[in-house]
Structures are given as C-alpha cells and as structure tokens.
Design a protein around this ligand. Structure first.
Ligand code: SAM
Length: 224
C-alpha cells in the first residue's frame, strides 16, 4: 500500500546521495579500475533506477541483481572492467552492445561514446530499458529488439562491440560487423560454468586475434 511506496521513496532518496555512489567508485578503484573516464561516468549513472525497486537500497553494492525473466544487471566491477577494456581505443564513434538487460551498461557506454546501439531479445526488458534511457535523457542510445547474436546489421560496422551474455563460441556475425582494427569484449564459455572474458580484435577481412582476461559468470546468449 501507500506506506510501502513512501518507504521506498525514502530509501530512494538515500540512494541518490552522492556519498553512496562515491563509496561504490572507491570500491571499484580498490579493485583495480583505473580509467578516469569510466570512473567519472559510473559516478553519475543512477544505478538505483535500473534495478527492481525492492533492490534499490542495495543498488550501490558491488553485486549483480535479478531484473526478471531470469536475467540480471551485471556487477558494477564487471561493467567497469568491460568498459575499461572497450575504451582502450580512443574516440569510439559507433558502438554495439548485445544484451541491453536493465540498460545500465548502455547508460555507462552512452556517457562515453558518440553513438550506441543496444540489442535485447526479451521484449519487456527492451521496452523498460528503452523508456528509462529516454527518460534519463540519453539521445545517443538506440535500443533495438532482436536476437543480437546476429549483431545489428543496419548500423554496422562498429568501432567496438560489447556482449553482455555468454555464447559457447564467438558468433562470427559479430566479428563481421566489426571495423578492421575494431575490438569486441565478450564472455565466452559453456553455460552454468565460468566463462573467460575475451577481447577480440579484427586484424583484417579474414583474421582476428583473441586475448583472454578474467573469468566471469554471465547468463547464456540465446539464439544464434
Ligand atoms: N547489460 C545488462 C545490464 O547492464 O543490465 C546486463 C545483461 S544480462 C547479464 C544479459 C542480457 O542479455 C539479458 O537481458 C538477456 O535477455 C540478453 N540476451 C540473451 N541472449 C540475447 C540475444 N541473443 N540477443 C540479445 N539479447 C540477449
């Protein structure tokens, strides 16, 4: 009833305090995040609006949370790490995210790159993220509904691609949609086990190289 809503409002106000967010940023730095642009943007994005209201009071913990449909909003450290890995090429003009989910990672990227396209396969998650990102004023983010294991051909090629769900193998369509010299950050490995975060660089028309980074646990990339 009404009391519950007021309680959430009060918690919400607490969560918007800059000190709460600053503590998360301190924690990310303690864990080794060094890119000052990434830290600056993550200090600004209101993560409490991207989680379920019932979770809002915990939204600045360095943890992942359920967002419905068996999906999750990624842990801030992983968001920061993947963003740091993608931001190594300067001035990214056209970027693709696969797996919009809550839209939080998209908001972080939206603060750093010129144009972001993000694809989500679950209709309701797509709609929620689209509406929230619009309400928050992001005009350089285009949200799309579809199976992102085929990328998003209409806006290709991309300077960078970030995949936030894990396929067993790197989908070749995504490599094809990278510019020469472009990079993709993607967790790769079997479901229900640890995956490896990989950085894939497209060297030329036919050749790409793969660097392995830390182990992560993501929900599976469906379709393909
Ligand atoms: N980036 C999200 C965020 O910031 O909240 C977290 C992503 S969540 C771990 C993975 C998302 O990928 C889910 O929303 C899931 O529905 C979506 N997904 C899974 N397979 C997909 C596919 N083939 N195409 C597009 N989205 C997919």
């Amino acid at each position: 009833g009404g009391d519950k809503i007021n309680e959430l409002d009060i918690q919400g106000v607490g969560m918007t305090s800059q000190r709460t967010r600053d503590r998360l940023i301190d924690r990310l730095q303690d864990k080794g995040i060094v890119n000052s642009d990434v830290l600056r943007v993550m200090r600004l994005v209101p993560r409490h609006l991207f989680v379920d209201e019932a979770m809002a009071s915990r939204s600045y913990e360095d943890a992942s949370f359920p967002i419905g449909h068996g999906q999750t909003i990624s842990q801030p450290f992983i968001v920061a790490r993947m963003t740091e890995l993608i931001m190594q090429s300067e001035s990214l003009e056209n970027v693709l995210e696969v797996g919009t989910g809550s839209g939080y990672q998209a908001a972080v990227l939206g603060g750093l790159v010129k144009n972001l396209h993000t694809v989500e396969v679950v209709t309701e998650l797509h709609r929620n993220a689209r509406d929230l990102l619009y309400k928050l004023g992001y005009r350089n983010i285009r949200t799309h509904l579809g199976d992102g294991s085929w990328g998003w051909e209409e806006a290709a090629p991309y300077d960078a691609i970030m995949v936030t769900a894990a396929p067993d193998e790197i989908p070749s369509a995504l490599i094809q949609q990278l510019k020469i010299g472009g990079r993709m950050i993607i967790p790769v490995g079997a479901q229900n086990s640890e995956q490896k975060l990989q950085v894939v660089t497209r060297n030329n028309e036919t050749n790409y190289s793969v660097e392995n980074h830390e182990s992560v646990i993501f929900v599976p990339l469906v379709g393909g």
